[in-house]
Design a protein around this ligand. Structure first.
Ligand SMILES: [Zn+2]
Length: 201
């Protein structure tokens, strides 16, 4: 692409680094921004800068949060003895949308993937073990996608937690939700949590 302006080129290059955005789409977005009032573009860029600068991760569950401890972990209505283990914040949002789950979460921040160089120490797993050791956890539900990485992660966590007195279960894997729990429809997802099965090897 030949650009008439270096500023335009820089902006298009930055946008095209986003997932699913090619150069043509990036150019369309940049030209759209250029046509908007300055205040709108200012708000847009400020929201991104503040997002990166101010966002925090809940020190209990690892979910994205505005405060040191997230709203789910601080809520007196949530059952702190039931922990649902998920890959990332999108899964928390998907499960919250079902309005059927009243436990708390533990967000791993990814899945074990030796091919991508992601080992257990890169993930929020040790704090989970610590949590199981120090708080009265009765059950952990492994709600991870039915992929090789999901299975590897489930097995690793199972080995870490199997000597604790808590139950370990997985969401029903036979249900077709395309592998990624964030894409599951709410009824299917709620049902797969309700019909979770004990995990064992
Ligand atoms: Zn939390």
């Amino acid at each position: 692409m030949n650009f008439s302006s270096r500023l335009l080129e820089n902006a298009v290059n930055e946008f095209s680094k986003l997932p699913g955005i090619g150069q043509k789409t990036a150019l369309r977005l940049v030209l759209h921004l250029l046509s908007q009032p300055s205040e709108d573009v200012g708000r847009f860029s400020e929201s991104i800068v503040r997002l990166k600068k101010e966002i925090r991760f809940c020190k209990i569950c690892g979910n994205i949060s505005d405060a040191e401890v997230c709203e789910i972990c601080t809520s007196p209505k949530r059952d702190k003895t039931l922990i649902c283990i998920v890959e990332d914040t999108r899964d928390v949002m998907a499960i919250e949308n079902t309005n059927q789950y009243f436990g708390v979460y533990h967000v791993l921040g990814g899945l074990i993937s030796p091919m991508d160089g992601v080992g257990p120490s890169e993930l929020n797993i040790e704090p989970l073990v610590e949590r199981a050791r120090t708080s009265p956890v009765q059950e952990v539900i492994l709600a991870l996608s039915a992929t090789m990485e999901g299975d590897t992660t489930i097995f690793y966590i199972y080995k870490k937690l199997k000597d604790f007195p808590c139950k370990i279960s997985t969401i029903a894997r036979g249900i077709a939700f395309g592998g990624e729990i964030e894409y599951a429809d709410e009824i299917t997802l709620a049902r797969s949590i309700a019909t979770r099965v004990p995990y064992g090897v």
